[in-house]
Design a protein around this ligand. Structure first.
Ligand code: SF4
Length: 220
């Protein structure tokens, strides 16, 4: 798949607008996986609160893996849909523990990005986005998650077909975004989606990439 000529220019404009972030691990891999599961269908603030509640209740992630699902659900209630999330958290952590004896995920070092993605998406509750977050945010590997903001903004920018699913969007974006831009582009697209290219009434008149955006809404 060919990188559209506009894409590197847009990356640069967003870097100038929001700053080009240098990679720094957000959490260790298992914690990143738990955080991303907690963040499903809620805000990062609520997910952060639920993560803090797990830290308070359990000494380590191995203890969470061994805890009853109902107890985990009680601790993370502020993140919403705590029933499924607690099953996914316990299921994914205990599968890793059983298979590898610890939760450090060092085994990922012996896998290429595609193998690592395939392995992680076999874990309970871990989809392509969660697996991508583990690889990008914990390990700095060039795998770009497509979350709700990236998905919406990239459709408006015409990098994705209107009918593309989230999973299709993942493969398209990872094919067209150069590896060295995946970290900064993801972070800046999320910022841009929150601040300017909002789901309802995008602020195209204030947008630094308006001139490069086929989806721009011109208001007179
Ligand atoms: S011009 Fe409008 S639609 Fe396009 S990226 Fe900017 S805010 Fe979004």
């Amino acid at each position: 798949m060919v990188t559209p000529a506009r894409l590197p220019v847009i990356v640069r404009f967003l870097d100038q607008e929001y700053f080009r972030p240098r990679f720094a691990p957000r959490y260790p891999p298992a914690e990143e996986m738990v955080f991303t599961i907690l963040a499903q269908n809620t805000t990062d603030i609520n997910a952060g609160r639920a993560l803090a509640a797990l830290h308070e209740k359990y000494p380590g992630w191995e203890d969470v893996a061994r805890a009853p699902v109902e107890d985990i659900a009680g601790a993370i209630s502020m993140s919403g849909i705590s029933g499924p999330k607690s099953r996914y958290i316990k299921g994914s952590l205990s599968a890793l523990l059983e298979e590898h004896g610890d939760l450090e995920m060092k085994f990922l070092e012996g896998m290429d990005d595609r193998e690592a993605l395939d392995y992680l998406t076999e874990l309970p509750g871990v989809g392509v986005k969660t697996a991508s977050c583990v690889l990008l945010f914990a390990l700095g590997r060039p795998v770009m998650p497509v979350d709700t903001h990236v998905f919406r903004v990239c459709k408006r920018l015409d990098f994705l077909p209107e009918e593309a699913t989230r999973e299709e969007a993942h493969w398209i974006m990872n094919a067209i975004v150069p590896d060295e831009d995946k970290y900064s582009f993801h972070i800046n697209l999320v910022l841009h989606g929150r601040k300017v290219c909002k789901a309802v009434r995008p602020r195209c008149g204030e947008c630094v990439i308006e001139g490069l955006c086929p989806g721009a809404i011109i208001e007179y």
